[in-house]
Write a protein that binds this ligand. Structure first.
Ligand SMILES: Nc1nc2c(ncn2[C@@H]2O[C@H](COP(=O)(O)OP(=O)(O)OP(=O)(O)O)[C@@H](O)[C@H]2O)c(=O)[nH]1
Ligand SMILES: [Mg+2]
Length: 458
């Protein structure tokens, strides 16, 4: 991490050859203007005009030799009216990789230090520009992989997490003040009903539980799901991957044992980002290459959030399918899906009555795909995505869970009819936890850990 008073710099945009027409080098700190001034030369040799929130046009040069490193726009934002709350200078360079990197190198050799990951956001937090939940939402906006995920993150940026958590914390603080007043001035105050206090605390715990429950769905939207298609050879696994991704990604033939390696493709299913893994059909194989592929299929079983166990509905659910189902680890949910139902319709036969209720699809006609999508999302606990308007991230949910546990201990204290001062211990803990979510009460080491997960330049 950078020391607090230092002037830091980093490239704030993605760096890749041939991509992006603009790339930004951002400098923040007390020396930002001095550092920027050393390497910037205004066009036409005029003097530098350092007015806040005004753009200058010119070049970044190597000061000693005068070599031009890039043609830039310079934007100066004086403290506190900047993202970090400090003096900020931005060089808007040409996109790509080389020029912007050379500009950064020059800035770093002229008095700025390289910004650690998340350093700009951390400074914004320290200067009160953002609370912790908004800073985290910002990182989620950047990493969003679907429109829904971006919308959730933007809601967090708008205070969608901070506001309800802060309101609950206020309720607990008021309760604590009331209990403490009773401890100090019991005789002068009207008596306090333990039942009323309990009800208030229970209401807070319930609201927190709802937020934690919703966060599981929100995190699926943010992080996405890893889904594997597993099954015997030739049942149509690769065809299903091609159908869902709407792309001729995997080789499909009528020969069993076509797929020899695992193959991944990304797509969105009702706005849930999904990484779909196609696997080699599992059977007893002699071919050494196929054997290796099958070993990989078995590895995949342990590395995904959910499994689609595909079988051929015309052949019915076989012993081999049942054996495969047994191989799926207990904690991984799976969905049994019968493929090639189009052929079954033609013969008007149902080879296995037991499967009447099971999901059937066709990767050729698209039959059954809506129900299949519903079932897949339900299998992952994604039942009412439309209702979701904000979502705690992993860290916030686990801290909220600790607050819920503190309130549960308080409930035990209440049941045991212990005196008020026992109540205040866990109440303080719950308040502290909620402060940890918004950043009102959080240690420096936790902050360092949170911001270190951000990208460089953010
Ligand atoms: N009629 C019909 N044929 C299908 C359907 N899905 C796949 N097939 C055919 O079944 C054959 C096998 O399809 P694949 O997608 O290669 O099967 P796979 O499970 O990936 O096979 P392996 O990679 O060998 O394990 C191909 O000839 C497909 O065209 C379907 O829904 N209906
Ligand atoms: Mg295949």
């Amino acid at each position: 991490m950078n020391s607090p008073g230092s002037t830091i710099a980093a490239i704030a945009t993605a760096v890749a050859a041939g991509v992006g027409s603009v790339a930004i080098v951002r400098i923040s700190g007390p020396e930002a203007q001095a550092v920027g001034g050393r390497v910037f030369r205004p066009a036409g040799g005029g003097r530098q005009v350092w007015e806040s929130h005004r753009v200058q046009y010119g070049h970044v040069v190597e000061p000693a030799s005068g070599e031009v490193l890039d043609e830039v726009l310079l934007l100066y934002m004086q403290a506190p009216r900047s993202f970090t709350g400090e003096d900020v200078v931005e060089f808007h360079c040409h996109g790509g990789m080389i020029c912007v990197q050379r500009v950064l190198e020059q800035v770093l050799s002229n008095g700025a230090e390289a910004a650690a990951p998340g350093a700009f956001s951390q400074r914004a937090f320290f200067h009160g520009r953002l609370d912790l939940t908004r800073a985290e939402a910002l990182a989620q906006v950047i990493s969003a992989r679907s429109r829904r995920a971006a919308a959730l993150a933007l809601a967090g940026l708008d205070g969608g997490i901070c506001r309800p958590i802060e309101a609950l914390r206020q309720q607990l603080l008021e309760q604590l003040a009331q209990l403490e007043a009773h401890l100090d001035f019991e005789d002068d105050l009207p008596s306090l009903s333990p039942d009323v206090v309990r009800k208030n605390l229970q209401a807070v715990a319930e609201e927190l539980s709802r937020l934690v429950k919703d966060s599981r769905q929100g995190q699926c939207l943010q992080r996405g799901l890893r889904v594997a298609i597993i099954g015997c050879p030739n049942v149509g696994k690769s065809s299903l991957l091609n159908y869902l991704t709407n792309h001729d990604r995997a080789i499909v033939t009528d020969l069993p044992g076509t797929t020899r390696d695992t193959l991944e493709a990304e797509f969105s299913l009702r706005d849930v980002p999904i990484t779909l893994v196609d696997t080699a059909g599992i059977r007893k194989a002699n071919n050494p290459v196929e054997k290796l592929g099958i070993a990989r299929s078995r590895q995949v079983l342990k590395q995904v959030d959910v499994i689609i166990l595909l079988f051929d509905i015309n052949l019915g659910w076989s012993e081999a399918d049942q054996a495969l189902a047994h191989e799926i680890p207990e904690d991984v949910p799976y969905l049994r899906v019968g493929n090639k139902v189009d052929l079954l319709d033609q013969r008007k036969a149902r080879p296995n009555d037991k499967l009447e209720s099971s999901l059937t699809i066709s990767t050729i006609t698209g039959q059954g795909m809506e129900d299949f999508t519903d079932a897949l999302l339900r299998c992952c606990g994604l039942t009412d995505l439309e209702r979701l308007d904000t979502s705690l991230n992993d860290r916030q949910a686990s801290v909220a869970q600790k607050a819920i546990e503190a309130l549960a201990r308080l409930e035990d204290t209440a049941k045991a009819e212990l005196p008020w001062d026992f109540w205040t211990i866990d109440l303080r803990d719950a308040i502290h936890r909620l402060g940890e979510i918004t950043g009102k009460e959080v240690s420096e080491s936790i902050l360092d850990e949170i911001f270190s997960k951000f990208c460089i330049g953010k």
